[in-house]
Ligand binder design. Structure first.
Ligand SMILES: Nc1ncnc2c1ncn2[C@@H]1O[C@H](COP(=O)(O)OP(=O)(O)O)[C@@H](O)[C@H]1O
Ligand SMILES: [Mg+2]
Length: 228
């Protein structure tokens, strides 16, 4: 994957993630992690090669199908990206409105999910009235309401405190175990990798340098990965 200015962000990356897997993507800044998530969301396109996500062939997919692809996935951003002028209820209802769900179905689903994460009584609050942990739970359920097959969490640990990190990990693990969701967590938090022994895919300078269960430290070759 090369950006228009010629920067090659990913090169010779070949991997398969099965339905129901829980996968960490790790790598130093600039490794290509965000680029990979953008490719999965079809915010960027591969320059060559193939990419299939939830049965969509992204390398040749017409743009009008992008919304259909995105319905099959939920994304939790590091900074939550809640709509500041919408209530908690409206934030969570939004992805359902976008795809034209009925009012009744939206009411039932949003109420159910907010109760699930203990925010039933915060439905009418605005994001700035919530704690960080509450905002995070709103972001999580907003990613879940359309019943996605795949959940992507981009750098959930970047700037947030340990309690928030663990809370989100618990929700993601539960969605994976009980909800049978495929979960991809992009992180550079090695604590997380040592604590949860999951399949860990390591990128370095745009190349896949390691793909194994668990994490034994960074596997960056002496040559910096140029020929990895
Ligand atoms: N829009 C862009 N245009 C050109 N180069 C970019 C763009 N976005 C990212 N890059 C470059 O692509 C490489 C991978 O970046 P990124 O995927 O953001 O890495 P990470 O998320 O692992 O830090 C870096 O060299 C970065 O500078
Ligand atoms: Mg990034």
């Amino acid at each position: 994957m090369a950006y228009p200015d010629g920067t090659v962000a990913l090169r010779d990356v070949s991997l398969k993630i099965d339905d129901g897997e829980f996968v960490f993507i790790v790598g130093a800044s600039g490794a290509g992690k965000t680029t990979l998530t953008k490719l999965l969301l079809c915010e960027e396109r591969v320059s060559s090669g193939i990419l299939e996500v939830n049965s969509f062939h992204l390398e040749k997919m017409r743009s009008f199908r992008i919304p259909y692809l995105r319905r099959t996935m939920g994304v939790v951003f590091q900074d939550f990206r809640l709509f500041p002028n919408k209530t908690v209820y409206e934030n969570v209802a939004f992805p359902m409105q976008v795809i034209g769900e009925s009012g009744k179905r939206i009411r039932n689903t949003v109420t159910y999910f907010l109760d699930q994460v203990g925010l039933g009584d915060k439905a009418g609050s605005f994001p700035h009235q919530l704690s960080g942990g509450e905002q995070q739970r709103v972001a999580f359920v907003r990613a879940m309401v359309n019943n996605p097959k795949l959940i992507i969490a981009d750098e959930p640990t970047g700037s947030i405190d340990n309690d928030l990190r663990d809370g989100l990990m618990d929700m993601l693990l539960q969605a994976n175990r009980s909800g049978k969701k495929t979960v991809i967590v992009v992180t550079h938090d090695t604590d997380l990798l040592y604590r949860y022994r999951k399949r860990t895919i390591q990128l370095h300078k745009g190349r896949l340098v390691s793909d194994q269960i668990g994490f034994e430290g960074y596997a960056i070759p002496a040559n910096g990965g140029e020929n990895a």
